[in-house]
Design a protein around this ligand. Sequence first.
Ligand code: ADP
Length: 731
Amino acid sequence: MSPQNDSFYKSLLEKTFNGLVFKVEGSLFSILIAGDEFLRLTGVSREELLGKTLAEVPGGLFHAATTATFETILKDKQPAEIQSFSMHPQGGHFTVQATASVTPILDEAGDVGCLLYSATITDGGLMQLIDQAPFGMGILRGKELVVESVNTMLLELWGKSEAIVGLPLAKALPEFQGQRILKLLEDVYTWGEPLVGNEVQAMLVRNGNLENAYFNFVHQPIKDQTGHTNGVMIVAAEVTQLVQVKKKLEESVANFQNVVMNTHYGLLVVKGKTWTVEIANQPMLDLWGKAKNEVMGKPLMKIFPEFIGQPFPEHIREVFETGKSFVQPEDVFYYQSKDGVAKKYVSYFYDPMLNADGNVYGVIVGAEDITTRVENRLKTERAEEMLRIAIESANLGTWHFDPKVKRLVVSNRLKELFGYMPYEEMTFETFVKQITDEYRPIVIQEFRNSIANGEHFNVDFSILGYQDRNIRWMRATGKIYRDQLGVPLRISGILMEITEHKQDEIRKNDFIAMVSHELKTPLTSLKAYVQLLNMKAKISGDLFTVKSLGKVEGQVNKMNNMIRSFLDLSRLEAGKIYLEQEEFTIDKLVAEIVEEVMLTDKSHTILFSNCKPFIIYGDRDKIGQVVNNLVGNAIKYSRPNTTVTIRCEASEGMVQISIKDEGIGIAKEDQSKLFGRFYRIQNQELKTVSGFGIGLYLSAEIIKLHHGEIWVESEEGQGAVFHFTLPLAST
Ligand code: ADP
């Protein structure tokens, strides 16, 4: 045969012959050709077979007596059969029963040149099927549960190789020691009862890791003809992933339940056409005023027949029909309480629950009882409305000022007062411009004080109308509002026109000024005549007249002081009080006044000593007026034969004068008001004491003009101490 022909026949045989061709050389049999079908059947590759002798072929493929049979054929030159033997194809992890026939081919010399070996599986086709099965199958034999057969899948599930075939289970899977699964298998063998396991846990070493796995299985006892159990068949499928998913699902359901039940928000789940209540948490039950057993598993409209006619059922129906959520931030909810129909305010939402097909099978209802919040808001709204009406009817303007961005927001009435058309814009800048020059710094200072010290905003000022350019007087009051950190948010307030009031005041001031002025001239000549007469009486030695005229002069001085106060007051109001400043020593001034007072008033002791000659730069006359006032009050408001003590001291560039009396004292609530215009304390005791309530007001204004301070310390019935400070002249 030519080599070409040789390979042709060889491949023909490979394709068609289901066995092997052995070449015979002496008593050696080596494989010459291996048929495709034989390879498929046994799972062995061609390379593993070609050129190999019987002994060299992977174990388990041939009957142990094959060599002996071959040798017999060499002699007999007759075909022979090898009866039923166990074959372990596919690498040997399962067993099939096979028979083989061997046919000799004689060469030209009549000797056996080749042997045709063909094997047939008599029992085991099923096993092959089983091996390919998508679930694990295996047979354990004997009390030791020796692994007799396992399919590929079971090996995979166990994470083992076919090397475990032939080993007792405890050796094949040492990690099974002490596990429940081993005990279950042993029990099946012992009791001969099948066992179906569902999601049974087993720890397995797979890929070098000890893994937690779950299996569904059937363990079936295998019995011989006598009914005696001699093995266990395993059919198993791994369900680890399924169990894990299930566990996760259970966890998330538990979490969901937890969230639903523990949230402060009312939550409810209704399902199906009847809107059956499946879940309702405590806040929801509280909102409804119902107990759990009154609602669970019941159709919603059965629980709340009173819902008919209210908007809720319609919205729920819509969510079921459209699958779209519905949110209602505020609504009224009427329900039947124990005391009849009750009302609550609620904020709620309806969310659809969709199944895998996208159909709505339920609705989640979230609801919050906002009754308190809404009622409080309504109360505030009502109060605001009342305030608005009050403001409007009083013709007041309102304003808000944001200090951060210097933005002014004003009401239309305020715009009108400032001479704007309603469509014209009024900004903080135009507002500031409209204030007349003398008041602009005062108003700006008021804003600053309010922001820096949180003082109430309160200022009178004049403005120039935006369009009409008329002068108008305004009074603005306001209050600062801050956030939790104390950062100023805005100053809000009202504004009223006080032009008429101001004009009245101006007229009144002018009148007082005029009257005071007119009174001053006759009084001056009166005083001159009194002094003249006094001199004459002294010369003539008429002591009685001297004394009387002395008293007259004292009274004239008092009147003069009063008139001067009125003049000062009107000047102050008109902003026309001026200081005539010079340097002088304060101790001398006080001493002069004390001396003067003591001339006319002998009823009190006035103590003034040890005052250093502190030098002041200021209006000597006006400071004198202040001291006069305070000493005068100390005498006026204390009983005769008591003492008035005057002290002076200096520190930190200021001199402080204190006038202390032992008089009636001043109640705390009056102390801050004393320095206001026309303020007089009203009580029985003081009814007979004359005065106008302007002395302290003027004193305070004068001290303020000198950049000093004035205040009082007192308790009712305990006397009073008035203090004022003045800056020392810089040397
Ligand atoms: P007048 O004394 O003219 O009423 P003032 O402005 O000087 O006005 O004082 C205002 C008020 O303060 C007085 O009416 C009096 O009630 C109270 N007052 C002033 N000084 C004293 C004092 N030394 N002791 C008690 N009360 C005083």
